[in-house]
Design a protein around this ligand. Structure first.
Ligand SMILES: *[C@@H]1O[C@H](CO)[C@@H](O)[C@H](O)[C@H]1NC(C)=O
Ligand SMILES: *[C@@H]1O[C@H](CO)[C@@H](O)[C@H](O)[C@H]1NC(C)=O
Ligand SMILES: *[C@@H]1O[C@H](CO)[C@@H](O)[C@H](O)[C@H]1NC(C)=O
Ligand SMILES: *[C@@H]1O[C@H](CO)[C@@H](O)[C@H](O)[C@H]1NC(C)=O
Length: 352
């Protein structure tokens, strides 16, 4: 034990850019992503036929199954790793899963919700992953054409990314004590990580929750007399829910690192970069962060003139301009624990 601990302490401390130079990049060959609309690249629209202009217009020139005018953080992550954009598991046409699969679905929650129109909660997404993996394995065994599928060894060499929880949290805000829901959310979350680990997943990149109190749409649900607001107009009680969730999520990640000794788990503080943009909107050339670019008027979706000056695309989701800024700040690891860039996220964090 002593020997192990000494060995660990001699290699463990890896902070910031300089030390990264001595580490080899991970050569992730695939991404398997799980989540909600923050990273859905086509599932919701495939399932419900709900993608229409002006969605996608800025970058893709057409609806691209994303709740934004362009790319999402997950798209910038794929670019950074030199991988193609992820096809959604639910998208039947034109899919190419050779470098990963996106299991995220707009509206998805961590926990199973009986009254939820979107049945694809996190536990279902990981079950879909199992099925995908089993079928790919079968096709290889049968000598079938696998040119659109990942190689078997990609499953253990992939980056497993998770961005979910916001829909559970928003729903919890209407309960008497929202924060009581957090332990159950995180137990289910941890189950999903363990599940993927048992299936061979080793590198995990986990986003914490963004500031739900700053989403323009949520301003419609609150009673302005009862709530208090910060200097940016965000609802304090709602952001307090996020902050408490994030604190407990980070604790859970630390526990999971001990429990899953071969896993490299990166905790990414997305809250700080999202809230930072909202707080500095003006200095960074953005308009009022509580306004959003699109509006649904007389049955038509209309958009603002210059989407790149808006943080919020539709009241719930972010514009490509905002997502690009978020990605820029998180991909180099400056908001991660451990603080490694995404290209190095397979290196284990040793807790002393
Ligand atoms: C496999 O399918 C792709 C198209 O999906 C095709 O281009 C390729 O030639 C096929 N490969 C073999 C070995 O049949
Ligand atoms: C799938 O995508 C990969 C990576 O972009 C590409 O190399 C491969 O040719 C594609 N497969 C097919 C069948 O289009
Ligand atoms: C908002 O809260 C105040 C104070 O509790 C209450 O008097 C008022 O009826 C509420 N308004 C709505 C629309 O629920
Ligand atoms: C990471 O990127 C952000 C945004 O561009 C920058 O402010 C920060 O200094 C960078 N951090 C490192 C460690 O490179």
């Amino acid at each position: 034990m002593l020997v192990l601990a000494m060995f660990a302490s001699s290699v463990a401390i890896v902070v910031g850019g300089a030390e990264v130079k001595g580490m080899s990049p991970c050569s992730f060959s695939a991404i398997f992503n799980f989540g909600d609309s923050n990273s859905d690249t086509g599932a919701y629209s495939a399932a419900l036929g709900a993608s229409r202009l002006p969605d996608g217009k800025t970058f893709f020139g057409k609806p691209a199954g994303r709740a934004s005018d362009g790319r999402l953080i997950i798209d910038f992550m794929a670019e950074q790793l030199g991988l193609p954009y992820l096809s959604s598991y639910l998208n039947s046409l034109g899919t190419n899963y050779s470098h990963g699969v996106n299991f995220a679905v707009g509206g998805a929650t961590i926990r199973r919700m009986n009254d939820q129109p979107i049945p694809f909660y996190l536990g279902i997404q990981t079950t879909q992953y199992d099925q995908f993996k089993a079928r790919v394995t079968n096709l290889y065994n049968q000598g079938k054409n696998t040119s659109r599928l990942p190689r078997i060894e990609h499953f253990s060499k992939a980056l497993y990314t998770i961005d979910i929880g916001q829909n559970d949290a928003v729903r919890a805000m209407f309960l008497h004590n929202p924060q009581e829901q957090i332990p159950d959310m995180l137990n289910q979350f941890a189950q999903a990580v363990r599940h993927l680990y048992r299936q061979g997943g080793r590198a995990f990149w986990i986003h914490n929750m963004g500031p739900i109190g700053c989403l323009p749409i949520n301003q419609n649900f609150i009673n302005r007399t009862e709530e208090s607001f910060d200097q940016n107009g965000c609802t304090n009680r709602w952001n307090a829910m996020t902050l408490e969730y994030n604190k407990q999520l980070k604790d859970k990640v630390i526990k999971l690192r001990r429990e899953l000794p071969q896993a490299a788990i990166t905790y990414v503080d997305v809250y700080t970069v999202k809230y930072g943009l909202i707080r500095n909107a003006k200095n960074l050339g953005f308009t009022n962060p509580l306004k959003h670019c699109t509006r649904h008027l007389e049955g038509i979706n209309r958009q603002c003139t210059i989407p790149s000056t808006y943080i919020s695309w539709d009241g719930t989701h972010y514009t490509e301009a905002a997502n690009r800024l978020f990605a820029k700040s998180i991909l180099n690891g400056s908001l991660s624990d451990p603080p490694l860039p995404i290209t190095h996220a397979c290196h284990k964090h040793v807790t002393l």
